[in-house]
Design a protein around this ligand. Sequence first.
Ligand SMILES: Nc1ncnc2c1ncn2[C@@H]1O[C@H](COP(=O)(O)OP(=O)(O)OP(=O)(O)O)[C@@H](O)[C@H]1O
Length: 335
Amino acid sequence: MAKDIGIDLGTANVLIFVKGKGVVLNEPSVVALDTATNKVLAVGEEAYQMVGRTPGSIVAIRPMKDGVIADFDITQAMLQYFINKLKVKSMFSRPRILICCPTNITSVEQKAIRQAAESTGCRNVYIEEEPKVAAVGVGMNIFEPSGNMVIDIGGGTTDVAVLSMGGIVTSESLKMAGNTLDNDILQHVKREHNLLIGERTAEAIKITIGTATPIEKESAEPGAQTMDIRGRDLLTGLPRTLTITEAEIREAMRESVYSIVSTAKQVLENTPPELSADIIDRGIVVTGGGALLKGLDRLLSDELKVPVAIADSPLDAVAMGTGVLLDHLVKSKIK
Ligand SMILES: Nc1ncnc2c1ncn2[C@@H]1O[C@H](COP(=O)(O)OP(=O)(O)OP(=O)(O)O)[C@@H](O)[C@H]1O
């Protein structure tokens, strides 16, 4: 039984799609290591639970940072762990596998990722660019001669691309995405409130009360929503609870959010006019977990003067796209 497998090897999350089954694995891209022996202790969800909570002898790291592979051996071990979890060798015969990697990886890294996949029993390993896969994952027909624009905001990178006839016409990749917003929040709380919080708390703040533009709420004034957060007071060294507002968190993330807007503007400015006309008709689709930041679609459409839609399942778009592209690869027999 030959099955096709698609992998979204993301900075924040790894998703695996199996043809006929859908997304079968969705875990954080985190590995826990014993610092003395460098032995892998846990991978994925289990390792994520350890982030910021490990004793001195253990580190929980994200081997891919800022959309590049920061630690290659560990990325390879993580990929092998996830593929082995599927029991590829016993379940499938010579599966085809499409791996969608961070945009900025080198050809040497691509080759090593390919080898890591081959060593787990996969044959015919294809590597694809993230924005292309995201675009097909949200149902865009990128193979016809018309312009489609996608903004993929992941954990480490924001990829903006205009696609036509199966290829990327104009694109930009910005090393600024969800993780940058978390760090903006962490630094703001430290600087303005002398409170040290962990990266998981910063992410929870972004997800709970983070906004790109003020959101009108029936129950409260725009920007007035609050959240109680806990951390360590930098002056006393003791645990402390602090109440923060939606408005101050929006301000803390403002510069990074506007960098994403400027990157999208730059891509539009470099787009051939015929394709620009198509984009006005079809609008821009935003994918990746960062697309879930509240009010981002409104901010982007106000700034870019083009309709903007958030994908239905932005976190799954790339994984779903791998399935569509694998079908296309089979039909066109491109290796
Ligand atoms: N509801 C939400 N609001 C805002 N951000 C969110 C929300 N849910 C998830 N995110 C953010 O989305 C990011 C992860 O997105 P995704 O899984 O698409 O990234 P990735 O594909 O692993 O990364 P990359 O594309 O950089 O390799 C994280 O920064 C996470 O905090």
